[in-house]
Write a protein that binds this ligand. Structure first.
Ligand code: B4P
Length: 209
C-alpha cells in the first residue's frame, strides 16, 4: 500500500467523517449516481425527495402538507425539510459520512445544514454539481414518467421544478463556492462516464470501503 493511502486509512480510522452534497437540477441524475456512490464508499444516503415521497405514501401529517407543493413542482417549506434532515442525522450517529441528495435546495437549508454539522464537528467536505441542459432534463424526466408513476413527472410540472431550481436552488452552489467546496461536473453522457468523473473528485479525499 502507498504511503499516502496508509496515511488516509489511519486518519479515517481516527476521526474523519466525509460529507458530500450531490447537487444539480431536477433530473440531473442525483438519485441515479447516489446509488452507485453509496455502494462504493459505504456512506449514509439522505435523499429529501425519497423521504418526502415516503411521508406522502404513508399519508402522515408532514406528507399531506408536502404533497401539495410536490405535485405543483414547488419546493416544500424549509422548516419541514430541515426538521426531517435533523432527525435523520441524529438517527445515524456513527456513520462514515453522508451523501446529501437533493438537499440543501435553498440558502436557508444550506445554513441550517452547516449549523447541524458544525455541532458534530463534521462539515461538508465537497459539493459535486451536475450540469445538464434543460432540454436533456425534460427528456430524461418524461422518460422516467413512463415507468415511475411519479405525480410530478409531467411536462408542466417539470417546467415549474426547473424554474424553482433557477430561482431558489442555484444560489446554493454560490454559497458553497465562497468556501471553495464546489466542483462542477458535466452531467451529460453515460451513467458510467459521469460516475467516473464524480469518483475522480472523491477518491483523493476518501478511500472506497
Ligand atoms: P427529487 O426526488 O430530488 O427529484 P429529482 O430532482 O427529479 O431527481 P434526480 O436529480 O435525483 O434525478 P434522477 O437521478 O432520478 O425531488 C422531487 C421533489 O421533492 C421536488 O420537486 C420538491 O418538491 C421536493 N423536495 C425534495 N427535496 C427538497 C428540499 N430539500 N427542499 C424542498 N423541497 C424538496 O434522474 C432522472 C432520470 O434521468 C431517471 O429516469 C434516470 O434514469 C435518468 N438518468 C440519470 N442519469 C442519466 C444519464 N446519464 N443519461 C440519461 N438518463 C439519465
Amino acid at each position: 500500500m502507498c504511503l499516502g493511502c496508509l496515511f488516509l486509512q489511519i486518519y479515517h480510522a481516527l476521526h474523519f467523517m466525509f460529507n458530500l452534497i450531490l447537487f444539480g437540477p431536477p433530473g440531473s441524475g442525483k438519485g441515479t449516481q447516489s446509488a452507485n456512490l453509496l455502494s462504493k464508499y459505504k456512506l449514509q444516503h439522505i435523499s429529501t425527495g425519497d423521504l418526502l415521497r415516503d411521508e406522502v405514501s404513508r399519508k402522515t401529517p408532514l406528507g399531506l402538507e408536502a404533497k401539495k407543493s410536490m405535485d405543483e413542482g414547488a419546493l416544500v417549506p424549509d422548516e419541514v425539510v430541515i426538521g426531517m434532515i435533523s432527525s435523520k442525522i441524529d438517527e445515524n450517529p456513527s456513520v462514515r459520512g453522508f451523501i446529501f441528495d437533493g438537499f440543501p435546495r435553498t440558502k436557508q437549508q444550506a445554513i441550517a445544514l452547516d449549523q447541524l454539522l458544525d455541532a458534530k464537528k463534521a462539515p461538508i467536505n465537497l459539493v459535486l454539481a451536475l450540469e445538464v441542459p434543460d432540454v436533456e432534463l425534460t427528456k430524461r424526466i418524461l422518460n422516467r414518467a413512463l415507468t415511475s408513476g411519479r405525480a410530478d413527472d409531467t411536462e408542466e410540472v417539470i417546467k415549474k421544478r426547473v424554474e424553482e431550481y433557477r430561482a431558489k436552488t442555484e444560489v446554493v452552489a454560490s454559497y458553497y463556492e465562497e468556501a471553495n467546496k464546489v466542483k462542477r461536473i458535466n452531467g451529460e453522457g453515460s451513467v458510467e462516464e459521469i460516475f467516473a468523473l464524480l469518483t475522480a473528485e472523491i477518491d483523493p479525499i476518501i478511500l472506497p470501503e
